[in-house]
Design a protein around this ligand. Structure first.
Ligand SMILES: Cc1cc2nc3c(=O)[nH]c(=O)nc-3n(C[C@H](O)[C@H](O)[C@H](O)COP(=O)(O)OP(=O)(O)OC[C@H]3O[C@@H](n4cnc5c(N)ncnc54)[C@H](O)[C@@H]3O)c2cc1C
Length: 521
């Protein structure tokens, strides 16, 4: 076994690449091993039908941390946006859609009072999202550990909350304890508008609008709109893979070695100390540090092995809730579809199908019992409107997240994936009559497909549900919440760690800071 590397990173998802970048810049010799043939994890562009490419999992960029973009010079490594500041159209079959922008909402059926309530609601939620976002930039503090850095983080967080003022403090506590459905019922009248907001609280999660934690989930999503650059919803040119390709180039420029098509089968231990990894080809590679970009269940159960973990810790990992509920639909289209009431100029925006909170809740209800609903909710984009590099000239591609598709479908997905795909297409047809005739190829990725293609246990968007019991110092579990783990030399850097999923990069950045600091203040 040769000791060639200071650090081996398991997985070249965007967080693994961010982490590798910063570690290499700190002077370490870093090797990244990626099981798949290309880098990017769930942030890739791939061809799903001859000459039709699409962002295969994540398709909209709204969380990527601007400091990472500048530190790693991603723009000079090829990152470009095809479109920025996309608005959301909440579709209606009669063409009376709503248009939601940062501070304003418009739509024929809306009253002035709805518009004011929307503005006030956004302002309030942004104030709260700002506090949440403050916690993202550093390791989550431990509550019982007398560490100066942790105490300062807690003090700064406490001060931010205190500075909100009594009314906001009380309001945050109050709404945090209920759910987005109840919160929206309080002030909003318009059902369609309530649903458009509720949709953002449940997208990518195992939550319905009436579930606890849906307010936290909403704030998490909003946190991307309260940063230095207010990184509103964007579409990278060339698809999401261009983000991870830029990260790869930046990492290689910093001296990182990246090997793709090489899965790690085991993390090698000397008692409770990590000494390297074994690859699926039987190669043993030695390093003092191993950083896992894989999700926590994969890391601890598949790569470390439960027998090498203390029972209590192992049970906590086993209890992490990470059942994916989002499927991904891709359609190759012979022409630009027509959505009722939507002009062709508007088709490049984010479109959602969520007519009412009850519709969303009922779609969720089925998934609780291992079923899917005949009336799913969708987030739809047509990226080829802004970026013809994805398709043959004049053609189009549609990319949609479809909820809810339970990972643990009672009947299994094998015979049902095609059925659910047709349900999703039929639903789109209700809003875009004639679209079916334009489809030349299609694919649906269920959470089971996402698990196998992207190697994410449960096919979960965040590598673990984003809820208060799996949040900050509890993420992914106590004992591994500050990126280090009970095994000396083993660290986590993926979405399962604080601050969570989405193409944000902060789990990777924060993990690198911890490793460089050696867990000191
Ligand atoms: C359907 C869907 C839609 C989404 N849409 C959006 C969106 O629009 N916008 C957004 O911001 N986010 C979205 N997300 C979430 C986002 O894609 C993820 O949270 C994010 O990509 C996770 O990044 P990561 O680097 O932490 O992990 P991953 O991207 O999962 O990367 C982990 C890497 O580790 C590799 N790996 C695992 N095990 C091994 C092993 N044993 N050996 C070697 N390599 C290994 C994997 O192959 C993978 O490349 C979506 C997620 C899903 C599922």
């Amino acid at each position: 076994m040769s000791n060639l590397y200071d650090t081996i990173i398991i997985g070249a998802g965007h967080n693994g690449l961010v982490c590798a970048n910063y570690l290499a810049k700190s002077g370490r010799k870093v090797l990244v091993l990626e099981a798949n043939e290309g880098v990017g994890g769930a942030a890739i562009t791939r061809e799903f039908a001859p000459e039709y490419s699409v962002s295969a999992c994540a398709h909209l960029l709204h969380l990527l941390n601007p400091k990472i973009v500048s530190d790693l010079a991603l723009n000079s490594h090829g990152l470009k946006m095809a479109a920025k500041g996309l608005t959301t159209l909440s579709l209606s079959t009669d063409g009376e859609h709503l248009t939601l922008d940062r501070d304003s909402v418009s739509g024929k059926a809306l009253l002035q009072s709805d518009k004011k309530v929307y503005r006030d609601f956004q302002n309030k939620m942004r104030r709260f999202a700002r506090i949440l976002r403050k916690t993202f930039m550093t390791r989550p503090p431990r509550l019982v550990h007398k560490n100066r850095k942790d105490l300062m983080t807690l003090a700064s967080l406490g001060l931010s909350v205190r500075l909100m003022g009594r009314d906001d403090m009380r309001e945050l506590l109050r709404i945090g304890a209920i759910n987005i459905y109840d919160v929206l019922q309080e002030d909003f009248q318009n059902e369609h508008l309530k649903a458009a907001l509720g949709f953002d609280a449940v997208l990518g999660s195992n939550l319905g609008p009436r579930s606890p934690n849906s307010v936290l989930s909403y704030l998490y999503r909003l946190s991307g709109q309260v940063g230095e650059n207010d990184s509103a919803v964007s579409q990278p040119a060339g698809g999401m893979g261009s983000v991870t390709e830029a990260l790869k180039k930046s990492a290689e420029a910093a001296g990182v070695e990246i090997r793709t098509g090489v899965a790690v089968s085991r993390i090698l231990l000397d008692v409770d100390k990590v000494v390297g990894v074994e690859t699926s080809t039987g190669e043993n590679l030695k390093s003092a540090e191993v950083v896992s970009n894989a999700d926590p269940k994969t890391t601890f159960f598949k790569l470390v092995g439960a027998r090498n973990l203390e029972t209590g810790f192992s049970r906590r990992v086993d209890n992490i809730r990470m059942q994916g509920k989002a499927a991904k639909l891709h359609l190759a289209l012979d022409a630009l579809p027509e959505f009722t009431g939507v002009s062709s100029d508007q088709l490049g925006n984010r479109m959602i199908i969520a007519p009412s909170l009850t519709y969303l809740e009922q779609a969720f209800d089925h998934s609780k019992y291992g079923e899917f609903s005949n009336a799913p909710a969708l987030e739809i984009t047509i990226p080829s409107v802004h970026d013809q590099s994805l398709v043959p000239a004049g053609k189009h591609v549609l990319s949609a997240v479809v909820q809810y598709a339970p990972y643990d479908l009672r009947t299994g997905w094998e015979s049902q994936a095609e059925v659910f795909k047709q349900i999703a297409i039929d639903k789109i047809e209700e809003y875009a009559p004639g679209i079916k005739d334009l489809i030349s190829a299609s694919e649906l990725l269920t959470p089971v497909d996402i698990e196998s293609e992207f190697k994410i246990h449960g096919g979960h968007w965040h590598h673990g549900e984003y809820t208060l019991d799996q949040f900050m110092m509890l993420r992914p579990v106590p004992g591994a919440a500050q990126y280090s783990t009970p095994l000396s030399g083993l660290f986590l850097c993926g979405a399962g760690s604080h601050p969570g999923g989405g193409v944000m990069g902060l789990a990777g950045k924060n993990a690198s800071a911890e490793i460089i600091n050696g867990g000191k203040n």
